[in-house]
Design a protein around this ligand. Sequence first.
Ligand SMILES: Cc1ncc(C[n+]2csc(CCOP(=O)(O)OP(=O)(O)O)c2C)c(N)n1
Length: 323
Amino acid sequence: MKNNDPSISADTIARFYKQIRRIRRVEETVIDLYPTDKIKSPVHLSIGQESVSVAVCEALRPTDVVFGTYRGHALYLAKYGDMKAMMAELYGKADGCARGKAGSMHLVDMKVGMMGTSAIVATSISQAAGYAFALKQRKSDAIVACFYGEGAMDEGAWHETMNFAALKKLPVLFVCENNGYAIYSSVKDRMSSVNICARSESYGIPAARIENGDTRKLYAKVQSDAAAIRAGSGPRVIEAMTCRWRDHVGPGEDRVHRYRPDAELNAWIAADEMKKLGELLPATKRAEIDRDVEAELAAAITFAEQSPYPEDREIYDHVFAAE
Ligand SMILES: Cc1ncc(C[n+]2csc(CCOP(=O)(O)OP(=O)(O)O)c2C)c(N)n1
């Protein structure tokens, strides 16, 4: 297969592939480890959705920041969060990115601009706008990317934030990861109008839909949106069509629940972005990347296994800001 987009270099394709591969392999390892009970937190896997986080983060600058949701492994790793600290966090260990107190649903790595994720649907949307407001007041040229599932658009916080962000022309890119389901409820059974872009545009925010989790199209769109936002345009919305291959929560598959047609899921799996991008690379390059990813993953698991549990006396630390 050929890369038909001349504006995207071979090195960029290799980075896309490597980042998606890192996320995929970490989560496949989480699936394998889960029955051992070493992972002490619920997990919401991003397998199938990796391309959205990767395309967006590759198009941002390292100084830009992101906010996300409980389905946050992909975003954390796409923003180059520390894999060792993420695995230790899932194990509930003291070297975890939140000292083992937060688990999979509240990943954070502020050094790389991964500002946090939340288990409560839609909460990080208003936090992202607050951060963008501060950036604007400080005349920073950084921008915020705010990730949420389409389920978050059913929350009042989404509507309030859209209005405020548009009114104040905040430097924020809203990324709606539309996987079509909130837990087991289809978007069609929840929204009177499923036109997510139109709903976003009703607040005066330009919005565009990118189909099929297409990494290259998403990357190009985020590049142009980020440039406009940096130039003062105010917010933009991208609706990224994607698919969660595994269950809403936990390591399993969910076909037994029969809430979505098998053919729909199979079509997404057959159109795997990781596979497509891998086929654009020479086989030797792909093998080199795969080896590097396995080495990084093995080191992260060893790190998590060897890290101690936090001391009991730490339980009340970091609850309130220090005086
Ligand atoms: C405020 C709030 N309401 C309800 C829930 C229960 N809940 C957890 S995940 C979820 C579905 C969210 O779907 P979506 O935002 O589309 O994200 P996805 O799980 O598809 O990534 C719900 C309703 C919650 N965590 N927080």
